[in-house]
Design a protein around this ligand. Structure first.
Ligand code: 13P
Length: 252
């Protein structure tokens, strides 16, 4: 059976005190009511990553980063290398998020190199793809997503690809309150899985976790997670409240 994952992308939210409190509340939620068979990941803002790794040590909660640089090391002011993340105990890294593509000009080629660095340092990349509203309206979403998959992933060796988690995040659903319907999500997730199967074979594709992201919350998580090709969620806003995030992790 495929891995089920619920990952919280806190984006640029919470100060140090708030971050600590959120993790404490989350740990209480999962201690009180574990989510067996679900991998729970939190991706706090970069300055708190190490503390969150320490706070969650020995628990079922894993830690991710929201980004890493595409180079190994060097003169890149303000950036963070995959090796640094690994050295403090981070396990996942979100790459290719639409906010990074939009605001920081990250191209597919950048993201492909970031995925390479992450894999070299044994971090699990959570690769985000998804179409803009105008692309969806023009009926171009499959074409856009296929191009994103090709550009960022198809150069990987099958042993590398087997470690990648994919997140389908339709840009029009991120932070808008507008969620893809379960049918829309399933349609795209099945398409992504088919493309991975075409490239790497059915067995690898069947093992690939494909998460949905975009206004996922306790009230809609279950209907999304019931879809056969939806293996969990990448959660933004609702990951900032422990009870909501835990409720989503309990929605399988
Ligand atoms: P929201 O859940 O706030 O829509 O954000 C989704 C997202 O971008 C997760 O990476």
């Amino acid at each position: 059976m495929r891995e089920k994952i619920v990952a919280g992308n806190w984006k640029m939210n919470k100060n140090r005190t708030e971050a600590k409190a959120l993790v404490s509340e989350l740990l209480k939620e999962f201690k009180h009511k574990p989510a067996p068979g679900v991998t729970v990941v939190v991706a706090p803002p970069m300055p708190f990553t190490g503390e969150v790794v320490d706070q969650t040590a020995g628990t079922s909660v894993q830690v991710g980063a929201q980004n890493c640089h595409q180079s190994e090391s060097g003169a890149y002011t303000g950036e963070v290398a995959a090796e640094m993340l690994k050295s403090i105990g981070v396990q996942y890294v979100i790459l290719g998020h639409s906010e990074r593509r939009t605001y920081y000009g990250e191209t597919d080629a950048f993201v492909a190199a970031k995925i390479d660095r992450a894999l070299e340092h044994d971090l699990v990349p959570i690769y985000c793809c998804g179409e803009l509203l105008e692309e969806r309206k023009a009926g171009r979403h499959f074409e856009v997503i296929e191009a994103q998959l090709k550009a960022a992933l198809y150069h990987l060796h099958p042993t590398e690809m087997a470690k990648v988690v994919i997140a389908y995040e339709p840009v029009w659903a991120i932070g808008t309150g507008e969620t893809a319907t379960p049918e829309q999500a399933q349609e795209v997730h099945a398409f992504i899985r088919q493309k991975i199967a075409d490239q790497y074979g059915r067995e690898l594709a069947e093992g690939c976790a494909i998460l949905y992201g975009g206004s996922c919350k306790p009230s809609n998580a279950q209907s999304l997670f019931l879809q056969p090709d939806v293996d969990g969620g990448l959660i933004g806003g609702a990951s900032l409240k422990a009870a909501d995030f835990a409720a989503i992790a309990h929605s399988f």
